[in-house]
Design a protein around this ligand. Sequence first.
Ligand code: DC
Length: 211
Amino acid sequence: MKKLIITIDGPAASGKEKIAKYIAKKWKLNHLDSGILYRRLALIFSIEKIDIENVNKIKNKLKNIHQISFRNSKNIRTQVISRLASKIAVHDCVRNYVNKLQYNFVNKNKKIQGFVIDGRDIGSVVFKNADLKLYIDVNPEIRAKRRYKQLIDSGEKSIYPKILKDIKLRDKQDKLRKHSPLVIPKGAHMVDNSGSFTDTIKQIKVLLDKI
Ligand code: DC
């Protein structure tokens, strides 16, 4: 049986995760957040003090990582790990490693009827032939306000102008990198997530009903 694949791409803090979780629950699909995999690698590199500018050191380390957790956790959601994940994501070897993990995840789960996968290159590179591609759009100021609130609520110290600067920097890194930059994938539907979540869901339901 062919598995349904829905991809969700968009910039940092655009609400991809919340939307993906909603779709997964409502349409009984498995959710895979590819950002978690970049964050997990960033955490390992940071703990082991791997020089992230040195591609050979990264390649050697990747050869020795045989398992990676797909679970979310508080220690991969810090500002430091966010920045590091975006930096390591420029390397082709890191992207290939993460992409393999994603293909294995989808292929090994034979009984699952479909997947919703979110990230920066999912509809444009990883699952080009997806059944539905979404691109989530929200301006940087709204994203920064939401991320600021999230960090404060989770007990992290946070300053709004710094968050906005960080978001703009990550946008730049994600959009300008040579390998698999963040783009609107060919055939993707734009979803405006600047308003209420109910508004966003309305847009998505229309698209999902057409599959
Ligand atoms: O979605 P996120 O904020 O958790 O992702 C963290 C970083 O990982 C992001 O700044 C860039 C990188 N990333 C990527 O390059 N490609 C993906 N498919 C997912 C994440």
